[in-house]
Design a protein around this ligand. Structure first.
Ligand SMILES: Cc1cc2nc3c(=O)[nH]c(=O)nc-3n(C[C@H](O)[C@H](O)[C@H](O)COP(=O)(O)OP(=O)(O)OC[C@H]3O[C@@H](n4cnc5c(N)ncnc54)[C@H](O)[C@@H]3O)c2cc1C
Length: 291
């Protein structure tokens, strides 16, 4: 059924790194909800799996002494939905996790696997872009931390060298404290469907001015993306219906959706524009603004 030579269960992250270096044709498996589909469809270029699914050192969700939120790459979407820290501090990320697949998928699929597969439709990615998340990557005696926007190199391609493992995701307090956000996934079906467009907004207001505004999309380009032209154009403007209209008018200058079997470019553009309004409006209402 699966054309697999070896399945090796790693007892630690260090051991997994060693196994990847010893077996250059190996692929990591966390939840396996992407990797096993590839194997089943015979699309794989690998025949050995290094299994990190059981590693507790990759699973926790915690806040450190500097109020950084640390999410282990092996946290499942159910772990994220049920995390008191995330429910209180970053409910937008729980919304994104809730929109993934069905309960069985959410129980095993990990946030690490979601971003390491490099696809633009990954539901957690746009929220992580809006949160300026950092990703922590361990290799053979190396440790590096880079912004998630640098992690995506192209469709299906992320910045992981041989032997490297994504160990955690960090969200610093200046990127979540005082922010209000919302994630919305537009898909052709309500359940078990990949996003046609995903949109995350995270914002701050002060005295009814929009003092910080981040809007990120999945499937609006080859990789998840922020919309910096629109973000900059509305900064420190007064919250109003006109402001939401300005965002709606500007957003198409930032994005480059494409036609696929799922939806045409034109249809995606309409959804992108509509979501810019609706998701921003919901985030503003959560911030206590009256619209
Ligand atoms: C029925 C079904 C429905 C789905 N619905 C959705 C959906 O609605 N939204 C969505 O975004 N996705 C969806 N997916 C895709 C998939 O479930 C997610 O992308 C999931 O988060 C992948 O995580 P995983 O742990 O299963 O990854 P795996 O399949 O284990 O791995 C995915 C890739 O990441 C690599 N990898 C995994 N962990 C690490 C790590 N720590 N360091 C380095 N590389 C790593 C693997 O080598 C592999 O290349 C669906 C899949 C299925 C089968």
């Amino acid at each position: 059924m699966f054309d697999l030579k070896k399945h090796i269960t790693a007892a630690s992250v260090d051991e997994a790194i060693g196994l990847l270096i010893e077996n250059p044709d190996a692929r990591l498996i966390a939840g396996g909800t992407d990797v096993l589909i590839k194997l089943r469809h015979g699309k794989q270029t690998f025949s050995t799996l290094v299994d990190i699914h059981g590693l507790d050192e990759l699973k926790g969700i915690k806040i450190d002494g500097q109020n950084n939120i640390l999410i282990g790459s092996g946290a499942s979407f159910t772990d994220i939905i049920q995390s008191d820290i995330l429910k209180q501090q970053i409910p937008m990320l729980c919304e994104a996790a809730q929109s993934v697949g069905g309960p069985q998928i959410r129980n095993v699929a990990t946030i690490g696997g979601n971003i390491c597969n490099g696809v633009t439709s990954a539901d957690s990615a746009s929220s992580l872009f809006a949160l300026n998340a950092m990703v922590v990557i361990r290799g053979d005696g190396t440790l590096r931390q880079i912004p998630i926007s640098d992690f995506y190199l192209g469709p299906g391609k992320v910045d992981l060298k041989t032997g490297e493992i994504l160990t955690s995701i960090i969200i610093t307090p200046e990127n979540y404290q005082g922010f209000f956000g919302h994630y919305y996934k537009y898909a052709m079906r309500n359940a078990m469907d990949i996003a046609t467009i995903g949109c995350a907004v995270s914002l701050k207001t002060c005295n009814h001015l929009l003092t910080d505004f981040r809007i990120a999309y999945g499937v609006a380009g080859p990789v998840p993306m922020r919309c910096s032209k629109t973000e900059n154009s509305v900064l420190n403007k007064r919250v109003s219906q006109n402001l939401i209209e300005d965002i709606f008018l500007s957003i198409e200058t930032d994005v480059s959706p494409r036609t696929s079997w799922r939806a045409s470019r034109e249809f995606r553009m309409n959804i992108i524009k509509e979501l810019s309004k609706r998701v921003t409006k919901e985030a503003l209402i959560r911030a206590g603004e009256q619209l």
